[in-house]
Write a protein that binds this ligand. Structure first.
Ligand code: LRH
Ligand code: MN
Ligand code: MN
Length: 388
């Protein structure tokens, strides 16, 4: 079985947003390793992200994180991005690196912490107006470490009130997407631990509030594709933060740990109308490259998503539905697995060339000399990192 023309046509518009922070140094609490050529400014991060798009045609936008990507002139930053062939995308807020948020931000019991966190989001909305961004993405570190530490019910009410104030300020063409995560940095309870809580909170806000599903934010064994199906059914799947995990919130290259899971997720996205023109679902990466070079790491990541999307688009859906209705369990499973085992790489390579892209984007990037150039050029200054 090879990749047919319909599948290739469906792949033509695929867009995967890159996180600016993937280009900075990152690591674990044990050590952050520096890499030669690491960007020192938001502009250098964007220039690196543009390389990923240049060689893959898959990554036309870059997500910013405020304050990590704070600049004086966001309109100028947008012009810079456009001059490099990409655009600015989602604005991510940050309420987890300030002493005032020690006991929470939007869900906090402290009125002053809540006020500061809400105001930060209002500032993010102003930035979105300058960058032309559609989505405000909120991930909260809010939670507690010990039973009894705080009133978990009151914190839900606080969160609802905070989100309502933020939502009231987003524009008609903008959206609020709320990410969930079941643990860390809080360990006893997290204020937005799961898709259900995120759903309940965004459903109370209105149509332009959606759930963000980060694939690394679930307990081991969670059936993520079921969550995808349910959120699409409810019209509330706003975006993905793609990455992969072996153990916790590893933020490794998407599709590296469990390619089959990525296939199952993408199949359910397509099945539920979450893929293609007009779909409300934004594909984004949320990854860190701790030991590998960052630009090739991002190239590998978007190619993994593209290859797995090609496989998911190749499912013979009519045959699958017939087998399901016949309760032919083994045939239904075989039809799905046939698509998963389809290797699209040769067909995709040939197809890329018809679109003016290199057959092998990774090889083309490595041969371009860009990596050596940035290593030589970017000496001095402070390398950007996760949190800088
Ligand atoms: C923390 C996290 C989250 C955010 C990102 C900036 O878990 O990985 O997923 O989106 O930091
Ligand atoms: Mn995330
Ligand atoms: Mn995470």
């Amino acid at each position: 079985m090879s990749i047919d023309a319909t599948t290739l046509a469906a792949l033509a518009d695929q867009a995967i947003e890159l996180p600016s922070w993937a280009f900075g140094n990152s690591g674990t609490r044990f050590k952050v390793f520096g890499t030669p050529g690491t960007p020192r400014t938001p502009e250098e991060k964007i220039a690196d992200a543009a390389q990923v798009h240049k060689y893959t045609g898959l990554a036309p936008t870059v997500a910013l994180h405020i304050p990590w990507d704070k600049v004086d002139d966001y309109a100028a930053l947008r012009r810079f991005a456009r001059d490099h062939g990409v655009d600015l995308g989602t604005i991510n807020s940050n309420t987890f690196q300030d002493d005032d948020y020690k006991f929470g931000s939007l869900a906090a019991t402290s009125e002053s912490a809540r006020r500061k966190a809400i105001d930060h989001h209002l500032e993010c909305i102003e930035i979105m107006n300058e960058t032309g961004s559609r989505d405000l993405k909120i991930w909260l570190a809010d939670g507690t470490n010990y039973p009894g530490q705080d009133d978990i019910r009151r914190r839900q009410d606080n969160l609802a009130a905070s989100l309502a104030e933020i939502y009231a300020n987003i524009g008609d063409d903008q959206r609020l997407v709320l990410e969930y995560k079941f643990f860390e940095p809080a360990f006893y309870h997290t204020d937005v631990p799961d898709w259900g809580t995120s759903y309940v909170q965004v459903a109370a806000l209105g149509e332009r509030a959606m759930v963000c599903l980060d694939t690394g934010h679930h307990a081991p064994g969670t059936n993520i594709e079921f969550i995808v199906a349910q959120l699409l059914r409810l019209g509330k799947l706003g975006s993905f933060d793609f990455n992969s995990r072996f153990y916790a919130d590893d933020d490794l290259i998407v599709g590296a740990a469990d390619p089959f899971q990525l296939f199952r997720i993408l199949y359910e996205v397509i099945r539920g109308g979450g893929y293609g023109p007009g779909s409300p679902v934004a594909f984004m990466l949320d990854q860190c490259h701790n030991v590998e070079d960052k630009i090739p790491g991002q190239i590998r990541s978007v190619l993994n998503v593209q290859e797995m999307t090609a496989r998911a688009l190749s499912v013979d859906t009519a045959a699958l539905e017939a087998a399901q209705r016949d309760h032919d369990v083994l045939l239904a499973n075989e039809i799905l697995m046939d698509a998963f085992y389809t290797d699209p790489r040769a067909d995709l390579a040939a197809w890329r060339e018809t679109r003016g892209l290199p057959a092998n984007p990774m090889k083309a990037y490595l041969a371009s000399g860009y990596q050596q150039q940035i290593a030589a050029d970017r000496v001095g200054g402070t390398q950007a990192g996760w949190g800088a």
